[in-house]
Design a protein around this ligand. Structure first.
Ligand code: 13P
Ligand code: 13P
Ligand code: MG
Ligand code: MG
Length: 368
């Protein structure tokens, strides 16, 4: 029987600037989703915060892009944003960019990662939630998980995944997509996804065999807020869902990709590059220079649509080294102050508040 896992998120307001979703707001979201579970709209749910982003993880039988499920998420975010306004939280309603819900939450501000698949005999599920970064931050780890034999031993030694995976890559500027096969097209895949602010991995598919080729095994949210709002309104802090084991990368192979704190954009005012730090839930609040960007991970087993978990996957001293490394890189990057490459490239800064500053200098320039 098929199950749908939907992870829908929005920044509805936070306490002490962009740091944290307060408990009152999470409680309010929980009440609404308990109600939705009792009326059998959804099978199960969990609520998280990744820093200042409110995350709704829901399981149900309604498929992806369900009006009912998207409507539910929209209602929850609206209610929480109203409460956030009442509490005078920072950025109350930040990610709710449009007023009218018309059947689908896409294009209204929130980020969405959802997939429908046949639940296996044992279905391990790993959820990732990032703050202070953008969808392209998932390119490197997702590539490593499903295509790099130095990360994922199973690509080499497990016959059920030896043939590799198919990547669905979106060009988020030109609004088009391409399906590419690994390992056959590894170098071409990298030629695209290395440009992570433009080309983002949207989904990964198996090549068939043990698992149906049309059912995704990983999905990433790719919404870009500035494209909805037409101006900078905060970063598009992304989420991802990855299925594990039995023809797929092992849980440990999935997590291994986060042992390297690679550079991502989105730190401070969405305008700086910094390392992504894998942290336990309790450290999911960005304070130093509103960062550095970070990622939490929740592990589950699915049982007929019910969620067994979460396990706080980065709450492991084995990730201390990645965190220490991230701190060293953060310190090094910070010493650059307003200089690139700490500050984003001029091209990427077009979507921030910098052009307004540059505008004021326009008349001062003399022709050479
Ligand atoms: P267990 O033997 O503990 O089930 O682990 C198998 C495995 O493949 C871990 O990566
Ligand atoms: P968020 O996108 O997490 O709201 O952060 C915005 C920001 O500008 C932090 O400095
Ligand atoms: Mg915010
Ligand atoms: Mg955020």
């Amino acid at each position: 029987m098929k199950v749908t896992v939907s992870l829908i998120k929005a920044d509805v307001g936070s306490v002490a600037g962009h740091a944290l979703v307060p408990e009152e707001i999470k409680k309010l979201a929980e009440e609404s989703l308990i109600n939705a579970m009792e009326t059998e709209k959804i099978i199960d749910f969990r609520i998280f915060n990744a820093g200042d982003d409110l995350e709704l993880l829901m399981t149900h039988r309604k498929g992806v892009d369900s009006q009912e499920i998207h409507g539910l998420a929209w209602e929850v975010f609206k209610k929480c944003a109203d409460k956030a306004k009442e509490m005078k939280l920072y950025g109350a309603g930040q990610d709710l960019l449009k007023d009218a819900f018309s059947g689908n939450i896409r294009g209204l501000g929130p980020g969405i990662a959802e997939m429908e698949f046949t639940e296996r005999k044992a279905e391990p599920l790993i959820v990732f939630m990032m703050d202070k970064t953008e969808p392209g931050a998932f390119n490197l780890p997702i590539f490593k998980i499903f295509a790099d034999p130095f990360n994922t031993a199973g690509l080499v030694i497990d016959p059920s995944m030896h043939s590799g995976f198919v990547f669905e890559i979106w060009d988020i500027l030109e609004h088009r997509r391409v399906f590419m096969r690994a390992p056959e097209e590894l170098y071409s895949i990298l030629a695209l996804i290395g440009a992570k602010s433009r080309f983002v991995i949207k989904r990964v598919y198996p090549k068939g065999g043990k698992l149906p080729a049309e059912e995704p095994v990983a999905v990433i949210s790719t919404e870009k807020l500035y494209q909805v709002a037409g101006e900078y309104v905060g970063k598009d802090d992304p989420v991802a869902i990855v299925r594990a084991q039995s023809g797929l990368p092992a849980v440990g192979e999935i997590l291994e990709a986060f042992a390297f704190p690679h550079l991502v954009s989105g730190w401070m005012r969405g305008s700086h590059n910094g390392p992504i730090m894998p942290v336990p839930f309790r450290y999911s609040k960005c304070t130093r220079f509103d960062g550095p960007p970070r990622c939490i991970s929740a592990g589950f087993q699915l049982c007929n649509g019910k969620l067994i978990g979460p396990v706080d996957m980065f709450d492991d001293p084995a990730f201390d080294y990645a965190r220490q490394k991230a701190n060293e890189i953060a310190e090094y990057m910070r010493r650059h102050g307003p200089f690139e490459p700490h500050r984003l490239s001029a091209e990427e800064m077009e979507y921030t508040t910098l052009p307004k500053v540059l505008d004021s200098l326009k008349g001062r320039f003399e022709q050479l």
